[in-house]
Ligand binder design. Structure first.
Ligand code: MG
Ligand code: MG
Ligand code: MG
Length: 307
């Protein structure tokens, strides 16, 4: 039976490149593996990366029942394919807090507190002396630039920088700033994109003390890019929140100014204000220096919700 390698829902470049890289790794070690994604609507950045390196889009997987799964870039049930409880998780490679997925048998579990799952995968390739194809190396390099916001995110570590140096050699890419700008242009393009697609472009649900909290992020070269659609965004967020969420936060991250404008909809806005030590006005709150959902948004929220 093949192992299906899958990243989180609302796939990002790390989830897509990571699934491809981990599936290739498993195959090289003698395990039949298929890279997959939880949505066939990839974000514009991930599409660009696949095209750039001539990689085909991983096949769609949205029902995990009865399958052998390898997870990459997540271990939360809320971000897993449907029926994850009826699946057999055989491996996890990640760089997030440990989630709530558990297994009946011992598994391969490799996680490190680095900026990107592809950094962990690069280390696995090196340790096992498995040849990394040039095009997969290119996609992994892009994933690291994306997850670390070109090394500016507080999640970025020396290991991520060293992995990029390795991957530059393997992929033949020298101008990483140029590649990052190309990706930023793609990922922040909003012209003609339906509001719902912007909200779910990089979206994650979390369970915080029994409450369902959604957090999405839009990385922008400048907040001006969304100035004219702000009201529509808030309306769209209201609709998503109404599907049974306690809170919904959209991080509008200004990659140049290095901070995020949080759009906040919540049954208890005071908890969110307390989490970030700020004041919400007109459903929004600017947090200087906030770039990373994983490191700067989720931990204070978990504390504030007593989770
Ligand atoms: Mg990810
Ligand atoms: Mg990641
Ligand atoms: Mg991300």
């Amino acid at each position: 039976m093949s192992v299906y390698v899958v990243g989180h829902s609302s796939p990002d470049t790390d989830s897509v490149a990571g699934a491809i890289a981990f599936a290739h790794y498993l195959k090289a070690t003698g395990t039949e593996a298929i890279p997959t994604v939880q949505s066939d609507k990839l974000n514009p950045e991930s599409k660009l990366v696949l095209e750039k390196f001539g990689l085909s889009q991983p096949e769609l997987l949205n029902d995990a029942a009865g399958k052998d799964l390898a997870l990459v870039d997540f271990s939360d049930i809320a971000q897993a394919p449907a029926n994850i409880k009826d699946a057999n998780v055989v491996a996890i490679v990640d760089h997030h807090k440990i989630g709530d997925i558990t297994t009946n048998s011992p598994i391969f579990f490799y996680a490190k507190p680095v900026g990107c799952a592809c950094t962990v995968l690069n280390e696995m390739y090196k340790n096992s002396k498995i040849d990394l194809p040039k095009n997969i190396a290119g996609a992994m390099l892009c994933a690291i630039l994306s997850d670390t916001v070109n090394f500016k995110s507080p999640t970025c570590t020396d290991e991520d920088k060293a992995a990029v140096e390795d991957l530059k050699v393997t992929s033949g890419i020298s101008d990483t700033d140029g590649v990052f700008m190309e990706m930023l242009k793609a990922k922040s393009s909003i012209a003609g994109v339906p509001i719902k697609d912007l909200i779910f472009r990089d979206y994650k649900d979390f369970d915080m003390g029994g409450k369902k909290i959604g957090i999405c992020q839009l990385e922008l070269a400048t907040l001006d890019q969304v100035a004219s659609i702000r009201a529509e965004l808030i309306q769209g967020l209201e609709a998503v929140k109404a599907e049974g969420r306690h809170s919904l936060i959209m991080m509008l991250t200004d990659v140049v100014k290095e901070g995020s404008d949080l759009l906040v909809l919540s049954d208890e806005p005071a908890i969110i204000e307390k989490a970030f030590n700020g004041k919400i006005s007109n459903k929004s709150m600017w947090i200087d220096g906030m770039m990373s959902r994983k490191k700067q948004t989720i931990p204070p929220l978990l504390r504030a919700f007593g989770a």
